[in-house]
Design a protein around this ligand. Structure first.
Ligand SMILES: Cc1cc2nc3c(=O)[nH]c(=O)nc-3n(C[C@H](O)[C@H](O)[C@H](O)COP(=O)(O)O)c2cc1C
Length: 343
């Protein structure tokens, strides 16, 4: 197992024994409550949560977040999770493609996803580190074609790379390479953070660089600074203030959703259905969750996870019903159904 494969395995293992989440920083959704609206003639049977994402139909606006691939252990994980995505008709994001771009020999842990989930959106993922090094040119486009992938996430993870042993801190040519990639690739390219959130200035830059899809991946859920810090030797340990580094998901989402032309994705600490529903009411077109999914899968198994996510859809439907909205397009970005709680 090479160093990259070891790190990918450790990234999963950390979540089996620790809960590396922000200690003080929260997503910010708890500051809001839904406003009930029940004096109307809306019936539960008419409430529809279905939507479209990347031209494929979803039963509700939800995606399993980018997590794994490229190691033996990821095969069963991606196989099980993509089957859940197909059964529930939700989107599925694969973990970083760096291992395939670097060694080329571990396709199955990714390609199993399309075999198991022929009808839902499946997304690829690479990091800004692979972009500056030009690694995306090594066959990424043909893999995307062969697997009939629907979108490509690019993760912006400067803090994570800063902590990692041999992490990349040289991003000299990033803007040009990203513009070239967006130009060359035929599927939508989506910018994402990894749990530290994008600032207003970041979002402006992403839009100027050509992104039309952005996932805030804000602070309040997984703290990758904590994860990476656990995995480095004593002399690479960082100041603990970085464990709380970032912009809460709701705040980053507020900046993002002011750009109506951009497809907005909410992630970072979305670990229960009411937060998902609030992020949609804030204006996210789709919500996405990572750590919560991994830990439920690891601790309780795939059937439990599938049932749990079915409850997320049911809860969203109930919230729509009880706020008096029967279709998802009217629910998304409908700030009138949220009120800020005065402390
Ligand atoms: C086990 C695990 C592995 C992850 N691997 C990746 C990855 O390969 N690429 C990526 O962009 N993000 C990766 N992430 C980050 C998530 O996609 C997400 O942006 C971040 O964890 C915040 O969401 P959360 O609070 O729901 O976990 C991973 C997250 C987890 C929990």
């Amino acid at each position: 197992m090479n160093n990259l494969e070891k790190r990918k395995l450790n990234h999963l293992k950390v979540f089996n024994t620790y809960n590396p989440v922000f200690s003080k920083t929260v997503t910010g959704f708890d500051k809001y409550r839904f406003l009930p609206h029940t004096v109307n003639d809306i019936s539960l049977k008419d409430v529809k949560t279905e939507t479209y994402f990347l031209e494929r139909k979803l039963s509700f606006p939800f995606m399993i977040g980018s997590m794994s691939g490229g190691i033996k252990e990821a095969y069963q994980f991606n196989s099980d999770l993509s089957a859940v995505a197909e059964n529930l008709k939700i989107a599925f994001a694969l973990g970083s493609f760096r291992p395939i771009l670097e060694s080329g020999k571990i396709m199955e842990s990714y390609s199993i996803a399309r075999k198991n989930a022929p009808s839902v959106p499946i997304l690829a993922n690479i990091g800004i580190g692979q972009i500056t090094k030009g690694e995306w040119k090594k066959g990424l486009l043909s893999i995307i074609d062969d697997m009939e992938l629907d979108g490509l996430f690019i993760h912006f993870n400067k803090l994570q790379e800063y902590i990692q042993k041999d992490g990349n801190t040289n991003f000299d040519n990033l803007e040009n390479e990203i513009k070239k990639l967006i130009d060359e690739i035929e599927i939508p390219v989506i910018a994402k953070e990894v749990g530290n959130g994008f600032s207003k200035k970041d979002i402006e830059s992403l839009i100027n660089w050509g992104f039309k899809y952005i996932d805030v991946s804000g602070a309040g859920g997984t703290s990758w600074a904590k994860v990476e810090n656990l995995l480095v030797s004593e002399n690479k340990k960082i100041n603990s203030s970085f464990f709380e580094w970032g912009i809460p998901t709701s705040e980053s989402l507020k900046y993002l959703t002011s750009y109506k032309q951009i497809f907005s994705i909410a992630s970072g600490g979305i670990d229960e259905p009411e937060k998902m529903a609030k992020s949609l009411a804030f204006g996210a077109n789709i919500a996405c969750s990572a750590r919560f999914i991994y830990q439920i899968y690891y601790q309780k198994g795939v059937e439990y996870l599938e049932n749990e996510l079915m409850k997320w859809q049911k809860t969203l439907k109930a919230i729509m019903y009880l706020t008096g909205i029967n279709n998802i397009d009217e629910f998304i970005g409908n700030k009138e159904i949220l009120s800020e709680i005065d402390e």
